[in-house]
Design a protein around this ligand. Structure first.
Ligand SMILES: *Cc1c(COP(=O)(O)O)cnc(C)c1O
Length: 375
């Protein structure tokens, strides 16, 4: 079935006990045993499995073309489950421009856990090949990346990782399964912050790990989910599953809005660079066009006049809200370098936009005013 149909129906059914069309929220933490001691309905205790979480996991496995998925209480909880499924001493490759929170997790907790982590430029396949070792156990990628929207060739990296038996993982938060399906390009795992587009309304935190194969490495992730207990509540699971119902429609609108905004910025006299994979001059445009069905809702750009000018543009915008995060219905503007703080490699004249679902003409008018005020 097509992704629009899966988004509406996967993992869901009319409730057999009441006829409820919209799924009920199952708050019960425990489930009755059969007289013979079994759990024939499949549920025992809510940390281990919950009907709302199962509906979400089934849907995400189907949307990504995988066999199984595990839902977590945040994107970072999902990432932490993947990294702690490794054994101390294991060699890990990760991108230099990995999401800030993942960089923190790797730099602090996972180094203490004993992982041997190397940060490399994932866009450079020769560098990836050169750094791959026989004992490399995991390769982490993120595409499009944050905040410069760099694009990694997923098929190529999956092949390089597969050649040494390393687990390939893609943080596909920015693309969602509507625009990109790494498992179908050879990846082992996909990680999502469902806090972003999957939830889609800025009102729920969550994460997902989706696996091409239910057996093997993913079983460890599943054990960490059950034993570590960083699981989403039934209501949070329900909210993310509800968000997914409209995901394909929302992504189309996010992409159209971002393309219009990127085109506008690209021609503006006060803008020195625009980073959007849909623009033909973007260095990752060709690969993105091959592996994605749309270029996404995130745009970043650099303003003439440095950090002060960038701050002034953000301060002058009225429709865009100055806030971090992405993937909601409302558009956000962020001075990313000050969010990432000391040691960041993000240019200090860069602003990151999460394009929401407002009319693109209104967003462009707001940016036009803000950029005019900055000059
Ligand atoms: C937000 C985000 C995360 C982390 O998700 P949380 O729910 O905030 O823990 C991970 N990766 C990317 C690309 C993100 O944008």
């Amino acid at each position: 079935m097509n992704i629009e149909t899966l988004a509406v129906h996967s993992g869901l059914a009319v409730d057999s006990s009441t006829g409820a069309v919209t799924p009920p929220i199952h708050l019960s933490t425990t489930f009755e045993r059969d007289p013979d001691g079994n759990y024939s309905k499949g549920f025992l205790y809510t940390r281990i499995e919950n009907p709302n979480r199962s509906a979400l996991e089934t849907a995400m496995a189907e949307l990504e073309g995988g066999e199984a998925a595990a839902a977590f209480s945040s994107g970072m909880a999902g990432a932490a489950a993947v990294f702690t499924a490794l054994t101390p001493g294991d060699h890990v490759l990760a991108p230099t421009d990995v999401y800030h929170g993942t960089a923190q997790l790797l730099g602090y907790q996972m180094t203490r856990w004993g992982l041997d982590i190397e940060f490399i430029h994932m866009g450079d396949l020769d560098a990836v090949r050169a750094k791959m070792r026989p004992d490399t156990r995991l390769v982490w990628t993120e595409t499009p990346s944050n905040p410069l929207l760099k694009v990694t060739d997923l098929s190529a990296v999956a092949a390089l990782a597969g050649a040494v038996g390393a687990v390939s993982v893609c943080d596909s938060t920015w693309a969602t399964p509507v625009l990109q399906r790494p498992l179908l390009l050879g990846y082992d795992l996909v990680v999502h912050a469902s806090t972003k587009y999957l939830g889609g309304h800025g009102d729920v935190q969550g994460g997902l790990v989706v696996a091409a194969k239910a057996e093997g490495f993913f079983e460890r992730v599943r054990d960490i989910q059950a034993n570590g207990g960083s699981v989403p509540s039934p209501f949070d699971s329900w909210l993310v599953r509800r968000g997914i119902r409209t995901l394909p429609l929302r992504m189309r609108a996010h992409c159209a809005g971002a393309a219009a905004v990127a085109d506008f910025l690209n021609g503006h006299a006060n803008v020195s660079a625009v980073h959007y994979p849909g623009l033909p001059h973007h260095p990752g445009h060709e690969i993105a066009a091959r592996q994605m069905s749309g270029f996404g809702g995130m745009v970043s750009f650099q303003v003439n006049g440095g950090a002060d000018a960038a701050m002034s543009v953000a301060a002058s915008a009225t429709l865009f809200t100055r806030a971090t995060s992405l993937g909601g219905t409302e558009s956000l503007i962020e001075h990313r370098a000050s969010m990432e703080g000391e040691g960041t490699t993000t240019p200090d004249d860069l602003l990151r936009l999460s394009i929401g679902l407002e009319h693109p003409d209104d967003l462009i008018a707001d940016l036009e005013g803000a950029l005019g005020a900055s000059s």
